[in-house]
Design a protein around this ligand. Structure first.
Ligand SMILES: Nc1nc2c(ncn2[C@@H]2O[C@H](COP(=O)(O)OP(=O)(O)OP(=O)(O)O)[C@@H](O)[C@H]2O)c(=O)[nH]1
Length: 597
């Protein structure tokens, strides 16, 4: 155990984590040049395209240090986005140390700090590394000052590196040996292994990744999950190299995997503890949480007949993504579909894309909302994850909405814009502090629902991209939330309803009607778009009637152009839904996300 080092790399998004990880793998010859594929650790297509690490993975390296001893390193990769911060925290709990990577040109950003806090909570030894020092814009001294101020390390403890050119890689490996402690734990104590991630394999079922704290797990052992209480047999255990490497037994200090024949990700909870059924540990490793969805939206097939197929795909998708929840939803406008719960907006986007790419589904996603808690006079407490579940206002005692603590790091010149943005979103400023003369940290309390709608885009445009943002939930508070309905020619379109704070309803309704006016195609009759809370109409727009003939512009001449146009129109139809007699395109369902100020 004394020659094992378990560590992870924490960084703000795009600060070069995957590139640096590749260099470490290359240097330790964990992968041959021939196998060297850019960013081995990001093995999902989507991850590569979106350029972000979604799921954490682990890989073992062997390193012979300058002191002549051989070491086993387990590098645990962590996701970089706030939606997945619980997974980050569990991955960190499996380590003794962390490389804190900071981009030399960008300096410390919001996730640098939030990940650092998570690492400190888990008592990790932090090795600060300034990365990308090859960049022309590298501000090494300034970033050093930021780091010293943030964690109180000495100048000489900060390493300089470039994942691109390979500078500093050996020094990092040596520091892992000398600065990160070896795992503690004992072989004689009852087995405790922390599950920090799981993946779904269509042949083998769920593969759970764990870190053994005490005891050991052998192939064939009867194991037990402490928090769910379920028992299974260990069909296979092993360690993680470039692929899975089976072993007869894995021991305290090791990072490994287990296959038990479980077919659904739901049964294996990240954060749970594995022990032996024959000699169970007294309690699980602390920090276990049930992950709760934060954002809800409906997903409907574009063609109603495709519902059963969509159900099949949702089932399959959930097998490998336990954080996705869904239940049946019926909408008057869209028919049968699913009310889905996501960890955040990015997670929602990922699920929608996976449905389309991996499962070949064309779906309509409806207005996302957060979950509210309603206290009623007749039904007690009701969870409202869907505008249709909003109790009748006459039965509503009070309603609570979720709040977050937001941390924004920016340049001083953008403080004004950010204040205007956050206060306009019902935010409360908690604190403002200068990290350095050119970098300021703002803390706000904000309603989560205001973040769901277009907050990131606004923040980006208000700061020209010079702001980083992170948040954590802080619980529910009383609030005046109302349901706003959209009517098309007098008919309520349930799939366009939104839950919103009363003070914002008027303005929101007006903008939404304007936006819908742009998005709905003209038809051969007048379309009235109205926004209403209860019986009260807040806004109205009209789309005047038009005879629609897309080929009219072609002057009867060019036939191929005409065909192209018709085909284009057909394409456009793909994501349209007929509601009453009005055609509504997909963009209209998500119009609330793109309202201008
Ligand atoms: N010049 C320079 N560019 C680098 C270096 N390391 C990474 N990059 C570039 O920075 C970008 C982000 O690098 P990644 O390694 O994907 O960043 P990451 O931190 O893994 O990103 P996430 O997984 O999304 O958190 C890529 O375009 C890299 O080519 C470096 O040392 N020098």
């Amino acid at each position: 155990m004394k020659n094992i080092r378990n560590f992870c790399i924490i960084a703000h998004i795009d600060h070069g984590k995957s590139t640096l990880a590749d260099r470490l793998l290359e240097f330790t010859k964990t992968i041959s040049d021939r196998d060297m594929q850019a960013q081995v650790l990001d093995d999902m297509d989507l991850e590569r395209e979106k350029g972000i690490t979604i799921k954490s993975h682990a890989i073992q390296m062997n390193y012979t240090a300058k002191n002549g001893e051989k070491y086993t390193f387990n590098l645990i990769d962590t996701p970089g986005h706030v939606d997945f911060s619980y997974e980050v925290s569990r991955a960190l709990a499996a380590c003794e140390g962390a490389l804190l990577l900071v981009d030399a040109a960008q300096g410390i950003q919001a996730q640098t700090i939030s990940n650092l806090y998570l690492a400190l909570e888990n008592d990790l030894e932090i090795i600060p590394v300034i990365n990308k020092i090859d960049m022309p814009g590298a501000m090494i001294e300034e970033v050093k000052d930021q780091i010293i101020e943030l964690i109180g390390v000495k100048d000489e403890d900060i390493l300089l590196a470039s994942g691109k050119t390979g500078i500093g890689i050996e020094e990092i490996l040596e520091s892992i040996v000398t600065r990160i402690p070896a795992p503690t734990g004992s072989l004689d104590t009852p087995t405790q292994a922390l599950i920090f991630d799981s993946v779904f394999n269509s042949f083998r079922g769920i593969i759970a990744y764990f870190r053994v704290y005490n005891g050991s797990i052998k192939k064939g052992d009867k194991i037990k999950f402490v928090n769910t209480g379920e028992e299974y047999e260990a069909d296979e255990v092993g360690i993680l190299k470039l692929g899975l490497e089976p072993r007869k037994e894995v021991f305290a200090g090791d990072v490994g995997y287990i296959i038990t024949g479980i077919k659904s990700a739901k049964e294996v909870k990240v954060g749970d503890t594995i022990t032996l059924a024959s000699r169970p540990c007294e309690e699980g490793i602390k920090g276990f949480q049930e992950v709760k969805p934060m954002v809800f939206a409906g997903i409907f097939p574009v063609v109603t007949e495709d519902f059963e197929e969509l159900r099949d795909c949702m089932d399959k998708l959930q097998l490998n993504d336990a954080s996705l929840t869904y239940e049946l939803e019926t909408s008057q406008a869209l028919g049968f579909g699913f009310r889905c719960g996501f960890l955040g907006m990015l997670h929602m986007e990922i699920i929608q894309e996976r449905l389309e790419r991996e499962f070949n589904q064309t779906v309509i996603t409806t207005v996302p909302n957060v979950g509210f808690i309603a206290h009623t006079t007749n039904e007690g407490t009701v969870i409202v994850n869907n505008p249709s579940e909003m109790p009748d206002p006459t039965k509503l005692e009070r309603i609570e909405e979720p709040f977050i603590r937001a941390q924004i790091i920016t340049k001083p010149e953008y403080i004004g814009n950010i204040m205007t943005l956050c206060l306009g979103k019902r935010g409360i400023l908690l604190n403002q502090s200068y990290l350095t003369t050119t970098r300021v940290e703002l803390m706000f309390e904000l309603p989560l629902t205001e973040i769901v709608f277009d907050f990131y885009d606004k923040l980006k445009s208000q700061t020209r991209g010079y702001a980083s943002f992170d948040y954590s939930p802080i619980g529910f508070r009383d609030s005046d939330i109302v349901k706003m309905d959209i009517l098309l020619n007098g008919d309520k379109v349930d799939a366009l309803s939104a839950l919103i704070h009363r003070s914002r309803a008027q303005d929101f309704g007006r903008k939404l009607c304007e936006k819908l006016k742009d998005l709905l195609p003209r038809q051969q009759f007048l379309i009235a778009i109205q926004a209403a809370v209860g019986a009260k109409i807040l806004a109205r727009e009209n789309i005047s009637a038009m005879r629609k003939d897309v080929t009219a512009k072609c002057y009867g001449g060019d036939i191929s152009r005409k065909r192209k146009l018709l085909e284009k129109q057909k394409e456009g139809k793909k994501r349209m839904r007929q509601i009453g007699n009005v055609e509504v395109p997909q963009e209209a369902f998500l119009a609330v996300l793109k309202l201008d100020d």
